[in-house]
Design a protein. Sequence first.
Lengths: 173, 177
Amino acid sequence: MKTVLELFLTFFKIGAFSFGGGYVMIPFIQREIVGAHQWLSADEFIDVLAISQVTPGPIATNSSTYVGYKVAGFVGALSGTIGVIGAAFLLALFISKRFEKVKHLPQVKLMFKGLRPAVLGLIFSAGISVGVATVTSYKELAIAVFSFVGIVKFKIHPIVIIAVAGCVGLILF
Amino acid sequence: MFKLFKIFFKIGMFTLGGGYAMVPLIEEEIVEKNDWMSEDEFLDVLVMAQSLPGPLAVNTATFVGYRLKKTRGAAVCCLGTVLPSFLIILTIASLLTNFYQEPKVLSFFRGVRPAVAALIFTAVFKLKKGIDASLFSIVMVVFAILCVAVMSWSPIIVIVVAALSGIFIYPHTKWRV
């Protein structure tokens, strides 16, 4: 029961502070799930990211469902998922009731002047730490470089990139 | 009400690649097909949803649901969006915990991991477009990297400091463009 509650609180915290969607959750989840609680290994966490990319739904909810299930089964999955969307849902509900009043607050715009570059820094750090953890030989480096060029230059869909990288992995490793 | 649930369940079911992919689909259903909201209203909702923490799809669904059917609508839309991925990940998680140690699965994921690293860096490139090139922005980027990568502080500190600096310091900087 304690674990289920911990799952809820941890993911509630992650959900409440991740502005900017998607990948900004990565450093949070790394710190809490891999570091503090050790619910997943560093490699396993990257695998969960890959799975989130090829399945529907937000990365944050997908990771929370996966981690929750691994740690405490179905109840854990439920608790983690409700936790991660909890803050977003309550806040959106709260604002909805005052939508017209807060719509044009200048502070919101200014806040993002600071948040956007910080989020970029956070995601960059996450990329570095994932890169350092995974690229251990020239083979991994080649996969990383080809994937990056494939997405940025040739606009190949990330799902295709992940599938191809996995098949290359089957041959190389 | 059931129709709302069905629409958001469908959107949650068929959008691969995270929350941002859901937005154009929500717009199509709510603005174009059903005429529940005007284009402008939807845009307001979207801006607000992006200003809040948490998954964008969840925020947008909650806003749209509240507009249409108050609190119950918000709950129904939010549930509809999340339920498909919840069920799918649950299935994958229960299968994968049995097969994770299989050599084939391991080498597949060894190939996938460097691609994920690359994917994260592409997100950095995409984000770069929304940021103005000022000394203030550069300071924020460096500050975030130092805190998390060098000092191993919590990203929460970065988020709070960055938001406050945006409100209180940014308006007084001379070096903005």
